[in-house]
Design a protein. Structure first.
Length: 320
């Protein structure tokens, strides 16, 4: 799919985004900011980590997304005994005495890594190459993953027994860390009404893999002014304690700040946020709109912040 100009392509992206949101709303009630963040991640060619208690429709959301975007989808339940080969695949000896590679569930457009922190670091690391390089290497041979490729991982913030916290290197691979909250009363009433009767919803396919790849490339063509780009870089730099741009709050409450990948994602996320909002170039408000889910998992609070109840979100908002 091609358009006569980038402007026409951005108009098409904004229109497609509205259609996708409309289709998803037939199944997912509320959670508007969550849906928005996941779609920005997809169009920015990033990955998303969802943190929330069970029963908030995380699995239903990704399943619905796969249908609306006409993409292949696999769900992997992460458990303590899960092995890397259970995700990536393995080589088996065939009848002709030659090794044959059997692809694992990672070979799909969308992967739902359910409760990713329940599996040991060795298995968590198996996703690292796939998330960053979009390839899998088995037995010295490289196998490309389908494009587009998107990992949506979930975590349960309540039950921490038998869990393995994600390494900082893997956390940094996720563009967004999105917190899911309980639904509003009216939304929960609608959910219960819709799910306690015989109801089938026929979802319309809005986009395909080729169109999504086009929009992912188009987002990188969106122009950004120097002052907006410098604002994004300065915002990330402010989170680094002991540095020139660090604020008093950062020096007091943070042990570590966000790295350069945060600056990159702030600019990409702002570009995509502007595009789906019908704008042709991002402004500072677009950077601020994506700052919390991008910076939340990239800053490390110290004991003083935890003792005084200062949240990561509050520290990020103070930087604005």
């Amino acid at each position: 799919m091609t358009y006569s100009s980038d402007v026409e392509g951005l108009d098409a992206l904004s229109a497609a985004y509205k259609k996708i949101r409309h289709e998803i709303s037939h199944v997912i009630v509320g959670q508007d900011e969550v849906v928005k963040s996941v779609l920005i991640s997809i169009f920015s060619n990033g990955h998303c980590l969802l943190v929330g208690v069970p029963g908030l429709a995380k699995t239903l959301l990704v399943n619905t997304l796969a249908q609306v975007l006409d993409l292949s989808y696999n769900r992997v339940q992460f458990t303590p005994d899960l092995m890397p080969s259970d995700i990536l695949g393995s080589e088996i000896l065939g009848e002709d005495r030659s090794f044959k590679f059997i692809k694992g569930p990672v070979f799909s457009h969308i992967i739902l890594a359910d409760e990713i922190n329940r599996t040991p670091p060795k298995t968590q690391a198996a996703l690292l190459e796939a998330m960053q390089e979009k390839i899998v290497t088995i037995g010295g041979k490289t196998h490309p993953l389908p494009r587009p490729f998107f990992v949506l991982a979930t975590q349960n913030p309540i039950e921490q027994e038998g869990t393995y916290p994600l390494p900082e290197a893997q956390l940094d691979r996720f563009m967004f860390n999105v917190l899911l909250s309980y639904p509003e009363f009216e939304d929960e009433v609608r959910v219960v009404k819709n799910t306690t009767v015989n109801r089938e919803v026929a979802l319309q396919k809005v986009l395909g893999a080729e169109q999504i790849e086009y929009f992912q490339k188009l987002i990188r063509n969106v122009p950004v002014t120097d002052h907006v780009l410098e604002y994004a870089v300065r915002l990330a730099a402010k989170t680094r304690p002991g540095t020139k741009l660090a604020t008093d709050d950062v020096n007091r409450f943070l042990s570590w700040g966000a790295g350069p990948r945060a600056s990159q994602f702030l600019v990409l996320g702002a570009k995509c946020h502007a595009a789906i909002s019908g704008k042709y170039s991002p402004d500072i408000e677009d950077v601020q709109a994506v700052a919390e889910p991008i910076l939340r998992h990239r800053i490390v609070r110290n004991y003083k912040a935890e003792a005084e109840g200062v949240s990561a979100e509050e520290l990020i908002r103070r930087l604005f």
